[in-house]
Write a protein that binds this ligand. Structure first.
Ligand code: AP5
Length: 222
């Protein structure tokens, strides 16, 4: 039978490079990228009730309550494109209760990737980050400056990307990370996220290729 599509979770502290790597992964593997943070920012942009509530938590660097996030991600995950092409969950689950909600639905990843980056780099990455609202591309004033003056002029900054806010986001991350990792221990690979984005992707790429080979071997055997 045909192997099932790839199911990937990507975890890491704020600004560890999750969104950047998701760009590379979706381009090569065609997975559906589901970012909890992006879904929440879309709700805020649309001015929904959930968006208004979510923003209060995001401004404090806290986790948005499960009653908003769990349903939102679940609905996206069960859409046909994600079921057919496979999915890449970015920044979810981020707490024990979110991981348990997925377990209860029988949703498990093939691989759980953790990006490990030193604390001082994280702060520097956050404050230098800029976004292109037209292409969605993630830039950094020092590490990945915009290619043209035109792009430079339209770059925006996230409302939670200040040094003060990232400290709160980091604190929330540290409070929850161990519990989440303990659930996915047997599927976990840790990657040094201090390296260049190309080096990091080549490690992720090798790991995903391995998983795909294992899945196709298993589907031949059954
Ligand atoms: P979310 O949007 O998920 O933010 P985050 O986890 O803080 O992660 P970021 O998006 O800030 O960073 P990233 O790891 O994607 O890094 P990037 O690639 O951009 O969440 C925001 C908020 O939403 C949370 O605080 C919470 O309130 C809420 N929320 C989200 N998920 C939730 C959940 N599951 N439950 C409840 N609430 C939730 O890179 C960062 C910068 O570094 C960029 O400028 C980039 O160019 C640069 N860079 C990337 N890689 C490298 C490299 N290798 N070398 C040098 N620079 C690099």
């Amino acid at each position: 039978s045909k192997p099932e599509p790839l199911k990937v979770m990507l975890s890491g502290a704020p600004a560890s490079g999750k969104g950047t790597q998701c760009g590379f992964i979706t381009k090569k593997y065609g997975l559906v990228h589901i970012s909890a943070g992006d879904l929440l920012r879309a709700e805020i942009a649309e001015g929904t009730e959930n968006g208004k509530r979510a923003k209060e938590y995001m401004e404090r660097g806290q986790l948005v309550p499960d009653e908003i996030v769990v349903t939102m991600v679940k609905e996206r995950l069960f859409q046909t494109d994600a079921q057919e092409n496979g999915w890449l969950l970015d920044g979810y689950p981020r707490s024990l209760s979110q991981a348990q909600a997925l377990e209860d639905l029988g949703i498990q990843p093939d691989i759980f990737i953790v990006l490990e980056v030193s604390e001082e780099s994280l702060v520097e990455r956050v404050v230098g980050r800029r976004l292109d609202p037209v292409t969605g591309k993630i830039y950094h004033l020092k590490y990945l400056p915009p290619e043209t003056e035109e792009i430079a002029a339209r770059l925006t900054q996230r409302f939670d990307d200040t040094e003060e806010k990232v400290k709160l986001r980091l604190q929330t991350f540290h409070e929850n990370v161990e519990a989440v990792l303990s659930i996915y221990e047997d599927k976990m690979i840790k990657i040094d996220g201090n390296a260049s984005k190309e080096e990091i992707f080549s490690e992720i790429d090798a790991a995903l290729t391995r998983v795909l080979e294992e899945k196709s071997a298993a589907s031949v055997a059954t």
